[in-house]
Design a protein around this ligand. Structure first.
Ligand code: DAT
Length: 187
Protein backbone atom coordinates (compact mmCIF):
# COMPACT_ATOMS: atom_id res chain seq x y z
CA UNK A 1 0.00 0.00 0.00
CA UNK A 2 1.48 3.38 -0.95
CA UNK A 3 1.58 5.84 1.92
CA UNK A 4 -1.00 8.61 1.96
CA UNK A 5 1.48 11.35 2.83
CA UNK A 6 5.19 11.63 2.05
CA UNK A 7 7.89 11.06 4.64
CA UNK A 8 10.37 13.90 4.96
CA UNK A 9 13.82 13.81 6.48
CA UNK A 10 14.89 17.19 7.83
CA UNK A 11 18.64 17.08 8.15
CA UNK A 12 21.67 19.35 8.48
CA UNK A 13 24.52 20.19 10.83
CA UNK A 14 23.54 20.70 14.48
CA UNK A 15 22.29 24.26 14.99
CA UNK A 16 20.98 24.88 11.46
CA UNK A 17 17.37 24.97 12.64
CA UNK A 18 15.97 21.46 12.13
CA UNK A 19 13.92 21.36 15.33
CA UNK A 20 12.69 24.95 14.93
CA UNK A 21 11.61 24.21 11.34
CA UNK A 22 10.07 20.81 12.18
CA UNK A 23 7.98 22.32 14.99
CA UNK A 24 6.68 25.03 12.69
CA UNK A 25 5.93 22.50 9.94
CA UNK A 26 3.92 20.38 12.36
CA UNK A 27 2.09 23.43 13.67
CA UNK A 28 1.28 24.81 10.18
CA UNK A 29 0.00 21.44 8.97
CA UNK A 30 -1.98 20.65 12.12
CA UNK A 31 -5.15 22.41 11.01
CA UNK A 32 -5.10 20.94 7.48
CA UNK A 33 -6.05 17.48 6.15
CA UNK A 34 -2.31 16.89 5.58
CA UNK A 35 -1.33 16.62 9.22
CA UNK A 36 2.33 15.80 9.60
CA UNK A 37 3.88 13.97 12.56
CA UNK A 38 7.16 14.80 14.24
CA UNK A 39 9.84 12.19 14.85
CA UNK A 40 12.81 13.55 16.76
CA UNK A 41 15.65 11.07 16.49
CA UNK A 42 17.38 12.79 19.41
CA UNK A 43 14.38 11.93 21.58
CA UNK A 44 14.24 8.38 20.23
CA UNK A 45 17.92 7.82 21.07
CA UNK A 46 17.20 8.78 24.67
CA UNK A 47 13.72 7.31 25.21
CA UNK A 48 14.50 3.91 23.67
CA UNK A 49 18.04 3.70 25.01
CA UNK A 50 19.68 3.54 21.56
CA UNK A 51 23.05 4.52 22.98
CA UNK A 52 25.96 3.32 25.07
CA UNK A 53 25.93 6.24 27.47
CA UNK A 54 26.68 9.95 27.32
CA UNK A 55 30.22 11.02 26.53
CA UNK A 56 30.92 14.12 28.63
CA UNK A 57 34.06 14.93 26.68
CA UNK A 58 32.36 14.80 23.26
CA UNK A 59 29.09 16.21 24.68
CA UNK A 60 27.04 13.60 22.89
CA UNK A 61 25.30 10.25 23.31
CA UNK A 62 27.29 7.34 21.89
CA UNK A 63 24.58 6.22 19.48
CA UNK A 64 24.01 2.53 18.83
CA UNK A 65 23.17 2.85 15.12
CA UNK A 66 21.74 -0.66 14.68
CA UNK A 67 19.38 -0.28 17.60
CA UNK A 68 18.41 3.23 16.52
CA UNK A 69 17.61 2.20 12.96
CA UNK A 70 15.51 -0.70 14.25
CA UNK A 71 13.53 1.75 16.38
CA UNK A 72 13.08 4.16 13.46
CA UNK A 73 11.89 1.30 11.29
CA UNK A 74 9.33 0.31 13.92
CA UNK A 75 8.17 3.85 14.50
CA UNK A 76 7.55 4.64 10.83
CA UNK A 77 6.29 1.10 10.08
CA UNK A 78 9.16 0.49 7.67
CA UNK A 79 7.85 3.31 5.49
CA UNK A 80 4.34 1.79 5.35
CA UNK A 81 1.15 3.05 6.96
CA UNK A 82 -0.05 6.57 6.44
CA UNK A 83 3.37 8.22 6.18
CA UNK A 84 3.52 11.96 6.90
CA UNK A 85 6.57 11.77 9.16
CA UNK A 86 8.91 14.72 9.57
CA UNK A 87 12.12 13.15 10.83
CA UNK A 88 14.66 15.43 12.51
CA UNK A 89 18.25 14.13 12.58
CA UNK A 90 21.72 15.45 11.77
CA UNK A 91 22.44 12.53 9.49
CA UNK A 92 20.77 10.45 6.79
CA UNK A 93 23.24 7.57 7.13
CA UNK A 94 21.61 4.19 7.48
CA UNK A 95 18.12 5.39 6.56
CA UNK A 96 16.52 3.16 3.92
CA UNK A 97 15.93 5.12 0.73
CA UNK A 98 12.38 3.69 0.53
CA UNK A 99 11.47 5.27 3.89
CA UNK A 100 11.95 8.84 2.71
CA UNK A 101 10.36 10.76 -0.17
CA UNK A 102 12.14 14.07 0.32
CA UNK A 103 15.32 15.04 2.14
CA UNK A 104 15.44 18.67 3.21
CA UNK A 105 18.95 19.83 4.04
CA UNK A 106 18.98 23.06 6.02
CA UNK A 107 22.06 25.22 5.59
CA UNK A 108 23.67 27.96 7.66
CA UNK A 109 26.89 28.66 5.82
CA UNK A 110 27.52 31.95 7.61
CA UNK A 111 29.79 30.49 10.26
CA UNK A 112 29.54 33.50 12.56
CA UNK A 113 25.80 32.82 12.84
CA UNK A 114 26.32 29.09 13.35
CA UNK A 115 29.11 29.77 15.84
CA UNK A 116 26.78 31.82 18.02
CA UNK A 117 24.04 29.18 17.92
CA UNK A 118 26.41 26.36 18.86
CA UNK A 119 28.18 28.38 21.54
CA UNK A 120 24.74 29.30 22.89
CA UNK A 121 24.18 25.60 23.50
CA UNK A 122 27.26 25.41 25.65
CA UNK A 123 29.28 23.35 23.17
CA UNK A 124 33.04 23.29 23.70
CA UNK A 125 35.25 25.02 21.12
CA UNK A 126 36.34 21.73 19.60
CA UNK A 127 32.78 20.58 19.08
CA UNK A 128 31.78 23.97 17.66
CA UNK A 129 34.69 23.82 15.21
CA UNK A 130 33.90 20.26 14.17
CA UNK A 131 30.32 21.21 13.37
CA UNK A 132 31.33 24.40 11.55
CA UNK A 133 33.74 22.38 9.39
CA UNK A 134 30.97 19.89 8.59
CA UNK A 135 28.74 22.79 7.53
CA UNK A 136 31.44 24.46 5.41
CA UNK A 137 32.14 21.18 3.59
CA UNK A 138 28.43 20.42 3.13
CA UNK A 139 28.79 16.96 4.68
CA UNK A 140 25.04 16.46 5.29
CA UNK A 141 24.10 17.56 1.78
CA UNK A 142 26.63 15.26 0.15
CA UNK A 143 25.50 12.32 2.28
CA UNK A 144 21.84 12.98 1.39
CA UNK A 145 22.53 13.38 -2.33
CA UNK A 146 24.47 10.12 -2.37
CA UNK A 147 21.44 8.32 -0.97
CA UNK A 148 18.50 10.01 -2.65
CA UNK A 149 19.96 11.76 -5.69
CA UNK A 150 19.78 15.48 -6.37
CA UNK A 151 16.13 15.38 -7.42
CA UNK A 152 14.94 14.15 -4.03
CA UNK A 153 17.15 16.45 -1.94
CA UNK A 154 16.39 20.10 -1.43
CA UNK A 155 18.86 22.52 0.13
CA UNK A 156 17.29 25.44 2.03
CA UNK A 157 19.01 28.39 3.67
CA UNK A 158 18.23 28.78 7.36
CA UNK A 159 20.16 31.80 8.56
CA UNK A 160 17.53 34.46 9.23
CA UNK A 161 14.46 34.05 11.41
CA UNK A 162 12.05 34.85 8.58
CA UNK A 163 13.52 32.06 6.43
CA UNK A 164 11.94 29.45 8.71
CA UNK A 165 8.42 30.24 7.61
CA UNK A 166 9.37 30.45 3.92
CA UNK A 167 11.10 27.09 4.18
CA UNK A 168 8.04 25.51 5.81
CA UNK A 169 5.81 26.91 3.06
CA UNK A 170 8.08 25.42 0.39
CA UNK A 171 8.01 22.02 2.06
CA UNK A 172 4.21 22.12 2.44
CA UNK A 173 3.83 23.10 -1.23
CA UNK A 174 6.04 20.15 -2.11
CA UNK A 175 3.81 17.85 -0.01
CA UNK A 176 0.75 19.04 -1.99
CA UNK A 177 2.56 18.37 -5.26
CA UNK A 178 3.60 14.90 -4.09
CA UNK A 179 -0.05 14.09 -3.33
CA UNK A 180 -1.21 15.40 -6.72
CA UNK A 181 1.45 13.37 -8.53
CA UNK A 182 0.37 10.19 -6.70
CA UNK A 183 -3.28 10.83 -7.52
CA UNK A 184 -2.41 11.37 -11.18
CA UNK A 185 -0.43 8.11 -11.24
CA UNK A 186 -3.42 6.20 -9.87
CA UNK A 187 -5.94 7.48 -12.40
P1 DAT B 1 18.96 22.02 15.14
O1 DAT B 1 17.67 21.30 15.47
O2 DAT B 1 19.30 21.95 13.68
O3 DAT B 1 20.11 21.61 15.99
P2 DAT B 1 17.60 24.31 16.32
O4 DAT B 1 16.26 24.29 15.64
O5 DAT B 1 17.67 23.75 17.70
O6 DAT B 1 18.70 23.59 15.41
O7 DAT B 1 18.11 25.81 16.26
C1 DAT B 1 19.28 26.23 16.95
C2 DAT B 1 19.10 27.66 17.40
O8 DAT B 1 19.08 28.53 16.27
C3 DAT B 1 17.81 27.94 18.16
O9 DAT B 1 18.13 28.89 19.17
C4 DAT B 1 16.89 28.58 17.14
C5 DAT B 1 17.86 29.27 16.21
N1 DAT B 1 17.45 29.22 14.80
C6 DAT B 1 17.16 28.13 14.10
N2 DAT B 1 16.86 28.43 12.82
C7 DAT B 1 17.01 29.76 12.71
C8 DAT B 1 16.88 30.70 11.63
N3 DAT B 1 16.53 30.33 10.39
N4 DAT B 1 17.12 32.01 11.90
C9 DAT B 1 17.47 32.38 13.13
N5 DAT B 1 17.62 31.56 14.19
C10 DAT B 1 17.40 30.27 13.98
Amino acid sequence: MPRRLPNILLTGTPGVGKTTTAEQLISLSSSTPRRLKYLSINDLVKSRGCHEGYDEELQTYMVDDDKLLDEVEKEIQDGGGDGGWVIDWHSSAGFAVRWIDLVVVLRCEDTTVLYDRLKGRGYKDEKVQENMDAEIFGVCLEEAQEGWGEERCVELRSQEVDEVEGNCERVLAWVEQWIKDREAEQT
